[in-house]
Design a protein around this ligand. Structure first.
Ligand SMILES: Cc1ncc(COP(=O)(O)O)c(C=O)c1O
Length: 441
């Protein structure tokens, strides 16, 4: 790969690619496939749970209509998959009709199409802080100003969202949408509580914004009662879905390899998205749509999701137990009630990006927090995935990670002690920068 600085086509590249960077998780992929590494980095569902037999069966069903599986399809998706999407949404308590749903090549494409539809350069968008790195990546091509709204245990803080919107208004920045992953958020594992969903909808009405509800994890709930989607709440309050654009995916309830997701939105927005998709890839794969339709129509997909949820719950517990057992006391983490991720926060002087090579040398990997913010925050944080690795390996991985964190903390204490001794013996003490600056080692 050429060095980016020396790229000889630099003068020809569009402005839009200048701010684009690859997601840290994508960059890590090659390292993570190294034997022996315990990867808590990826966002991988455990596709091993699906099984060869079930796959053979749906492939066999699809082969009966090979000509259609191998053909182009309608941009909005085949009728059969739209019926499945309507059923899946109903299972989550959101009413939708066939005409209101639109198939995409993963929710990731939904994010790109939404950004393509709404964003001009310099427009403002509100995202949780931290937020899904792949969304930042998709949005970056359209050069928006990303405003992160802080979260607490109950999700995005509405008062902070309002403050950001008022500030943007005073600054003359047109804000187009806020983007939320309301359930078991990637990366923080946090869930937006129902009252806040209502409040955020109210704020969106007040400022006349669109709400992008990205919900890949809603069905992967380990405990507690499901919370209505923002789409369902809007339906309940206003009688129809208007400003909420819902993104769904089969990646976490079936498999990411089929690359199939959907958008549910009102007709005007769907029309723009349709035109955008025609320019992007014409249509999503018929083959994938038919595989999914065959499975969802003939098998007990709810039982499969339940089985996955059971597997992930056990792994989540293994991770939380190991964190409690091994991590030094100044490290904090979230307690997700579903999904795939825990978010850990180290003391502010530690830099999780700088620490990663040491962790990989010890055979454990995570994603540093920086990539989940546009603009430099999150350095002392890390995303830990629990869905892909077996419980005993999770435990060992956290043990190794805790050793790395402890080493760093001890190194800093040693440096501090050294600098105190040095400053006592020197006449005019000078700061080493270590006590206040981030850990760069
Ligand atoms: C919040 C969020 N949105 C969208 C996606 C993309 O999903 P898909 O595989 O459907 O493209 C992911 C994938 O991990 C995600 O975590």
């Amino acid at each position: 790969m050429p060095l980016v600085d020396l790229d000889r086509f630099d003068f020809l590249y569009a402005n839009r690619v200048r701010g684009m960077k690859t997601a840290a998780t994508r960059d890590l992929m090659a390292t993570l496939s190294r034997p022996g590494i315990i990867s808590l980095a990826g966002g991988f569902p455990d596709t091993r749970a699906f099984g060869e037999e079930a796959f053979r069966e749906i492939s066999h069903n699809v082969a009966a209509d090979a000509a259609q599986a191998l053909q182009y399809g309608p941009t909005a998706g085949l009728e059969a998959i739209k019926d499945v999407i309507v059923d899946v949404m109903a299972a989550e308590g959101t009413r939708a009709s066939q005409e209101e749903v639109f198939t995409t090549t993963g929710a990731q494409q939904g994010l790109d199409l939404v950004a393509k539809t709404f964003l001009d350069e310099g427009d403002g968008i509100l995202c949780e802080g931290p937020t899904y790195a792949g969304a930042l990546n998709a949005f970056a091509a359209y050069r928006p100003r990303v405003m992160h709204v802080p979260m607490d245990r109950a999700g995005m803080i509405p008062a902070a969202a309002r403050e950001a919107l008022e500030k943007a208004r005073r600054g003359g920045i047109p804000v187009k949408f806020f983007y939320t992953v309301p359930n078991f958020q990637n990366p923080a594992g946090v869930t937006l509580v129902a009252e806040r969903r209502r409040e955020l909808l109210e704020i969106a009405r007040e400022f006349d914004l669109v709400v992008i509800e990205d919900n890949p994890y809603g069905m992967l709930r380990f405990e507690g009662d499901p919370i209505p989607t923002l789409s369902a709440l809007e339906q309940e309050e206003d009688g129809e879905v208007d400003r909420v654009v819902y993104l769904g995916t089969f990646s976490k309830i079936f498999a990411p390899g089929v690359r199939l997701g959907w958008v549910r939105a009102q007709p005007g927005i769907l029309h723009k998205i349709n035109v955008g998709k025609q320019g992007a890839d014409l249509c999503s794969s018929n083959l994938s749509q038919m595989l999914i339709a065959s499975y969802f129509e003939n098998a007990d997909w709810r039982a499969y999701v339940k089985r996955l949820t059971g597997i992930y719950r056990e792994r989540r517990d293994a991770m939380l137990d190991a964190l409690a057992e091994f991590m030094p006391k100044d490290v904090h983490w979230t307690h997700p009630k579903g999904g795939l991720f825990v978010w850990a926060t180290l003391p502010s002087y530690l830099d999780a990006t700088a620490m990663l090579p040491r962790a990989i040398a010890k055979n454990v990997a995570y994603v540093p927090g920086e990539g989940f913010y546009a603009g430099g925050k999150g350095k002392n944080c890390m995303r830990l995935n629990f869905s892909f690795v077996e419980p005993d390996k999770i435990r060992r991985g956290i043990e190794l990670l805790a050793e790395v964190v402890r080493e760093r903390m001890e190194l800093r204490s040693d440096l501090e002690r050294g600098s105190q001794r040095g400053s006592k013996s020197r006449k005019s003490p000078r700061s080493t920068g270590v006590t206040s600056g981030p850990d760069k080692g």
